[in-house]
Design a protein. Structure first.
Length: 171
């Protein structure tokens, strides 16, 4: 039995979500590894890495249940993109602030993706998938809210550390 166009798109979007979570893990790990003077931000990013790994598993569970697999090509491309993004941040002095802004933007991208996935899952009758994506969306919303509330403090700390010539404020 062939799949409907809606089902095909839904499965493709779930694969995209898996690749997106791989990209998020790579970006977050690279950023967390470089945060020497921002322990609160580092701790929250490390917590979100654990959440992201759990999200990858949840998305993979949906793919397994749909009798499909994640796209290795998309996962590799996402990791390469994330690596490039994280490496480009190594060469800017205000990396921590720009990383926080980028993280905030990426969280909202994920929220939008999961919002669409919830609707698609419901449309094709995958209520279990819809529930999974609602759970993940809540985690992404919490991280976005944390970044929104804490980015001003991170920015202030960065600016204060800039005044100390013995400290690399970007770390």
């Amino acid at each position: 039995m062939s799949k409907s166009k809606a089902q095909e798109n839904y499965i493709d979007w779930v694969r995209d979500a898996h690749a997106m979570e791989k990209q998020a893990e790579t970006m977050l790990t690279k950023m967390a590894d470089r945060l020497e003077h921002y322990p609160l931000l580092q701790r929250r990013i490390q917590e979100h890495i654990v959440e992201t790994q759990g999200q990858q598993k949840l998305v993979q569970d949906v793919l397994d249940r749909l009798d499909t697999s994640h796209s290795v090509i998309k996962d590799v491309a996402a990791k390469a993109t994330a690596m490039g993004q994280s490496l480009s941040g190594m060469f800017v002095s205000d990396e921590v602030v720009k990383g926080g802004i980028s993280g905030y933007v990426f969280e909202h991208f994920e929220i939008a993706c999961y919002s669409a996935l919830i609707v698609a899952a419901e449309a094709v009758g995958d209520l279990q998938g819809a529930q999974t994506f609602m759970t993940i969306k809540v985690q992404e919303e919490q991280m976005a809210k944390w970044l929104e509330e804490n980015l001003p403090e991170v920015t202030q700390r960065y600016l204060a550390l800039l005044e100390n010539p013995d400290v690399d404020a970007s770390r």
